[in-house]
Ligand binder design. Structure first.
Ligand SMILES: [Zn+2]
Ligand SMILES: [Zn+2]
Length: 130
């Protein structure tokens, strides 16, 4: 089963998402320092810090998922993992990011798309039938 992640801006720009996540997480320290230096009440600063960590963490997590995503057209099945296209070049429907399918050997090792035998244990990899 392919898991649909989404088609939003964050999935098309994993690098920018990652940077935003870093900036958001870094501003945690800025808020903490402001609270420390200017004696802001912690009851005021802590909720901001929690929000910042939640947003930053979510952005970082999404950027990692987006980097490992494939782009497919749900209408015609066209796959395009390179350009992170917004619309399908075959039929014009909206493309979505899906979780990249990982192939495994019978013993559970991760193998690449074209491996016929597992590089780790030599087990034969059965060709998937649709
Ligand atoms: Zn299409
Ligand atoms: Zn194996």
């Amino acid at each position: 089963m392919t898991e649909i992640l989404g088609s939003g801006w964050m999935y098309r720009n994993p690098l920018a998402t990652f940077t935003l996540g870093l900036v958001a997480t870094a501003s945690l320290f800025i808020v903490a320092e402001l609270a420390w230096l200017h004696k802001l009440p912690w009851s005021f600063a802590v909720p901001i810090m929690v929000t910042v960590v939640a947003v930053g963490g979510k952005l970082l997590y999404t950027s990692v998922k987006a980097k490992n995503a494939d782009w497919v057209c749900l209408k015609c099945g066209n796959e395009d993992s390179i350009c992170r296209s917004k619309y399908c070049s075959e039929c014009g429907a909206r493309m979505v990011a899906v979780k990249r399918r990982v192939r495994r050997c019978p013993n559970g090792h991760e193998v690449s798309e074209h491996d016929k035998y597992c590089p780790k244990c030599g087990a034969k990899i059965e060709v998937e039938r649709l």
